[in-house]
Write a protein that binds this ligand. Structure first.
Ligand SMILES: NC(=O)c1ccc[n+]([C@@H]2O[C@H](COP(=O)([O-])OP(=O)(O)OC[C@H]3O[C@@H](n4cnc5c(N)ncnc54)[C@H](OP(=O)(O)O)[C@@H]3O)[C@@H](O)[C@H]2O)c1
Length: 323
């Protein structure tokens, strides 16, 4: 395993992290979840990602149980706040009230005294940035969180939040969590340059575009059983963002390139994400131990420049669109 500094900050994360969306505490029971977490630790993974909203707290509970068998100092745990956790007007968003209450609820579910990084899952236009920045600073001073971060915030909002933090003597953003893959290269345009300038790390999610970039969804063939695409409770994003014959065909070209290198399409696709200097870690999702092992190999795979060029020609930088 390789470890990288989280932007300008001192802490080092494994370049492959394990997430828990739709897997730990949802598709996977305790035994299967434990197996993936143990496989992750065996591969040298020290970074684990979850959120309060993953199966409304069940993801955190099960991840906490699985991590309980390891020394606390060996793992870096990230959880998030923002998504609705109830029906009340203050049961969502980034107000100080909701952040404070959910942080304590998350710690209880995880069975931990502190989380390593607490993240704003999305922006909240109803709350002034200063309120959110102060809430994070206060939690850090209380010893409940060590660092804080944001997910899918536009570049200019991160820069503004850091300026607010400097103004009020609070700590700035530690890490950003954007969607990033060969099939979603938008962060390269403005998010990555801004984070490099600000010293913010990036832990990227859906590096395999929900499994599309493994090559297992083949053009003209039926959806393999028991995959994310096969489940109506798991396939919404995949269907909406990536599911078309052109993508399936292009991914088969990645399969060929990977075979020529003696690796797999999944390993190659994740290793490509790690080539960008703004990226600290790629957070994988896994339903099987073998997936953890295959994906963790991305940490060691060096992609020759000519192969990277071919990949980037296959999946060019989008001209416009989402951040
Ligand atoms: N900040 C955010 O808003 C946000 C959003 C989404 C995710 N995340 C985090 O990022 C993590 C990863 O996201 P993601 O699950 O979308 O990542 P992903 O790596 O794009 O997709 C993971 C899924 O692909 C399949 N897969 C993974 N490795 C494979 C392999 N080697 N061979 C075949 N199939 C494989 C598995 O599903 P099947 O076996 O079921 O097909 C697995 O659950 C999440 O767990 C979560 O912690 C954060």
């Amino acid at each position: 395993m390789q470890y990288r500094k989280m932007g300008k900050w001192g802490v080092k994360l494994s370049v492959v992290g394990l997430g828990s969306y739709l897997t730990i505490g949802f598709k996977l029971d305790l035994e299967a979840s434990r197996a993936t977490v143990r496989a992750a630790r065996d591969a040298g993974i020290n970074f684990f990602d979850t959120a309060n909203a993953y199966n409304i707290g069940e993801g955190e509970k099960m991840l906490g149980q699985c991590l309980g068998e390891f020394p606390r100092s060996d793992v870096f745990v990230l959880t998030k706040v923002w998504a609705p956790m109830g029906k009340g007007p203050n049961d969502k968003g980034l107000s100080k009230k909701h952040i404070f209450e959910q942080c304590h609820a998350s710690l209880k579910r995880l069975g931990m005294d502190y989380v390593d990084l607490y993240m704003c899952h999305r922006p909240d236009p109803d709350t002034p940035l200063e309120e959110t920045v102060r809430a994070m600073e206060d939690l850090a001073r209380m010893g409940k969180i060590l660092y804080w971060g944001v997910s899918e915030w536009p570049a200019e909002m991160m820069v503004k939040a850091n300026a607010v933090a400097r103004e009020i003597g609070a700590r700035g953003i530690g890490v950003n969590e954007p969607r990033y893959s060969l099939l979603y290269r938008h962060p390269e345009t403005s998010v990555f340059p801004a984070t490099i300038q600000e010293g913010i790390g990036n832990v990227i999610f859906s590096g395999l575009a929900h499994g599309m970039l493994t090559g297992k969804y083949r053009p003209g063939e039926a959806v393999p059983a028991q995959t994310r695409m096969a489940g109506d409770d798991t396939n919404m994003v995949l269907k909406a963002m990536y599911w078309n014959e052109e993508n399936k065909k292009k991914v088969q070209e990645v399969v060929k390139l990977a075979e020529e290198m003696g690796t797999s399409c999944a390993t190659l696709s994740l290793a490509w994400c790690l080539r960008h200097p703004a990226v600290t870690s790629t957070i994988i999702g896994a339903t099987k131990v073998e997936q953890v092992q295959e994906n963790a190999k991305a940490a060691e795979l060096k992609i020759p420049d000519d192969v990277a060029k071919k990949l980037e020609e296959l999946f060019p930088l989008p001209k416009s669109g989402a951040v």
